[in-house]
Design a protein around this ligand. Sequence first.
Ligand code: GLN
Length: 316
Amino acid sequence: MLLKEIKDIFHKELGEIYPKEEIDSFFYTCIEHYLKLQRFILAIQPGITLTKEEEQPLFEAMSELKLEKPLQYILGTAHFMDLELQVDENVLIPRPETEELVQWILDDCQKEEPFNSDAVRPPAARVGSQMVIERSRNDHSLRILDIGTGSGCIAIALSKYLPDTNVFALDVSEGALKVAQKNAASNGVDITFLHQDILNPELEFASELVFDVIVSNPPYVRELEKNGIQKNVKDFEPDTALFVADEDPLIFYKAIINFSERHLQENGSLYFEINQYLGEETKALFNHRNFSEIELRKDMFGNNRMLKANVPSRGL
Ligand code: GLN
């Protein structure tokens, strides 16, 4: 069949669900992914035809798009900053807003002086039952923890773009950790993954284990917001990564702030992605806490989306 005809079928079959530009984008992304054909192929070779085998994955992708399955899950890949990541239904598809959060951390860390080697460093620490994480006296690397890592996008980007970091990432979902581990390997970074539930009151991190940066994009969409959420998100992305009960929507933030009070280094920073409707409420969680310089930031769409808090230095 002519490639051009397949493009027309995409438009005919998907036209009721998606805008024209999005269908074009799906079509070209699919031909690039499955057939390694450049986007401009139809302009230079309008008569190009495909064999039955070549057509098949395109039609399969089209059927899944008809069910509103996100293209990233269909292809099994997503892009985050300039990383290519594997994704499946165990993990959220990385969002551009989360890229902005990572960029904030990168900007802050790159501004800072190289790490002060004289600072008192914690001794060896034990996590869980088997894991021993040691930091020797002359280990000056920045120690980062990503809570609820999902695909690993935040942890992997920080590890890749910040030299000399020691990145840890935890998630409650074993399925997510498998995906994140593969992504770390394919992007050539070394991350310590921990299978832990941040809501578990018995979460056992040795008290000496401290971090310079803790970051999290926890579940924050309230059940009451479900109606406004697109079908492709609601039906395909993992509920555990997205939704929280209306009665206690900041449950993860509370747990992470408690955890951070014990596990952030002096002068360390906590970064959150947040629910745009709960900016002030999330900020208020830091009242009467041992944090300073609480800063709320908007994302590219003008919504309150990020928050940063510092741990003041004790000497001041
Ligand atoms: N920003 C995501 C969305 O669009 C939600 C991410 C989260 O709950 N952490 O649905």
